[in-house]
Design a protein around this ligand. Structure first.
Ligand code: G3P
Length: 217
């Protein structure tokens, strides 16, 4: 499973990219606002930090304008994935952009039928928002299972990019189901490395090593 980080904070992206385990980045208009920076400047910087897909979202709602925005965003770098919402106009734009060889991440997906339509529109990635479904007592990870089944039934190549992740368990469940990508907030990505027994065990090893008086270097 690929790990993307869900942020427009370049400091966080650099820190995680340095682990060598970061496969891409997703942003959205709210994350751009949170960064306090201009979209073209920050997205260009992010594209220079990671080689993998960097999602940059259109903000128009009509197909013609969304298409113009998508083409302009795609010019930033060859690893741009243009994000469009799961609407009729968004899927028309998805079809047009993928026809031009541009990666498209269809976002704000909340049902399996929506995901089926996005795959038919040629989406590179589909972004179901599991946390926002859980927030209203619906089954976010159940949606991922349904999409995985449907995509495998028909051999769709669209990659399932699990978004709106709230906990490390969302990441675990996504991997169990066979999602292609998880886009993870930086704070949760950092949690994935940690386990108290690892800390405890390492301390015990180093305490014992200290007593040997030995050195490796
Ligand atoms: O990429 C989509 C993601 O940023 C949405 O997450 O926490 O706003 O539901 P959230």
């Amino acid at each position: 499973m690929k790990f993307f980080v869900d942020t427009a904070d370049t400091k966080e992206i650099i820190e995680l990219a340095d682990t060598g385990l970061l496969d891409g980045v997703t942003t959205n208009p709210s994350l751009i606002k949170k960064s306090g920076r201009k979209i073209f400047e920050v997205i260009e910087e992010i594209c220079g930090i990671v080689d993998g897909p960097v999602s940059a979202e259109t903000v128009a709602t009509d197909h013609a304008t969304m298409l113009k925005e998508g083409k302009k965003l795609a010019k930033i770098s060859n690893n741009i994935a243009v994000k469009v919402p799961l609407t009729v106009d968004g899927l028309k734009t998805c079809k047009a952009l993928t026809g031009d060889g541009i990666m498209v991440n269809v976002t704000l997906c909340f049902s399996a039928n929506q995901a089926l339509l996005a795959a038919k529109a040629g989406a590179t990635f589909i972004s179901p928002f599991v946390g926002r479904l859980d927030d209203i007592s619906e089954d976010g990870m159940g949606l991922i299972e349904d999409i995985r089944l449907i995509y495998d039934n028909y051999g769709f190549k669209t990659e399932i990019l699990v978004a709106s992740i709230r906990t490390p368990l969302h990441v675990l469940e996504a991997a169990r189901i066979g999602a292609d990508v998880a886009t993870i907030p930086a704070s949760i990505m950092r949690q994935l490395f940690k386990h108290p027994l690892t800390d405890k065990g390492l301390k015990a090893f180093l305490d014992d090593w200290e007593k040997t008086g030995e050195s490796i270097l």
